[in-house]
Design a protein around this ligand. Sequence first.
Ligand SMILES: [Zn+2]
Length: 365
Amino acid sequence: MFRSLPLLALLLVSSLANGQRTPIDSSLTISFEDYDPPSSLVVPEHPLTAASIPFVDIHSHHWRMAEQDLDKLIREMDSLNMRVVVNLSGRGGAALKGMMDNINKHGYQDRILCFTNINIQSIDDPDFLSATLEQLRYDHSIGARGLKIYKSQGMDNKDKAGNRIAINDKRLQPIFALAGEFKWPVLIHYADPKQFWQPHDANNERWLELKLRPGRKRDADNPAPWETIAAEAHDLFASNPNTTFIAAHMAWFANDLEYLGTFLDKYPNVNVEIGAVIAELGRQPRAAQRFFTRYQDRVLFGKDSYVPAEYATYFRVLETDDEYFPYYKRYHAFWRMYGLDLPKPILEKLYYKNAQRIVPGLKME
Ligand SMILES: [Zn+2]
């Protein structure tokens, strides 16, 4: 570097003398990860730290709710204008009871709702079904408000013979039927972004994410093709028309809202939530606004990972008409985003009215 300084100085002097530009080093390359120049665009900015109307977060995880300081959680929720949080990690049985006791003791039963979970690993046990249904009845009796199905349950869980348990396995059918009887919504995360199954190369939009989180990469058929896992979940929806489902992460169709619309048309008992896919919406503000207009009764607000500072980006995408602003994780979105500027009646449905319809007894006052 220093050895070339005299040459550089000479070039500078001669270019200034001739009124020319400093020559560009055409041999220089900058990696995709390094190239992230600050934007020079000057446009109005409306960063929001709280939602303009009270909202429900239908997709949150608080594993230590039996012990955690709920006053602190409520203070954070208040600062965001979050009226109700739904903790999907209720776990069921005694674990759920501990959580409900802590919530009830503090009088937060209208602010913090819990969904329960089931363990399908023991699907081969002769008493699996009766024990699971019994657990669900108990969970219902102590105040669980829905059932959450984790992605691992349709991908990683295996029966005793080592076969993957598909989420539409007929042995699970009575569980989803009971959820329907309870009027419990079933929030289900199945599969993952399609790019995790695709080659890790220059054509993969999640290249950086897979580099930084290599554990997310899957071979094309690990544990099955994306389409197979999605088809199993879709069959589950069709087989349980009396049960209401919430497909997490917009069913991984946020990058193809026209298709997502046909999906919602096909499965009238399915709704979607927007957790972790806000950057997909923010890169297509006009298509997204059309989608939210047409399917305004079918979309719920969810965030997934509970990080209070990150909600601001959701509010900004949904509520403002800001332009060309960044997402908070470059590995999810190397693009900039645009606000959808959703009209208030649509925002109200997204923020709480759809949740009120789907989760019986959910109170906003
Ligand atoms: Zn989640």
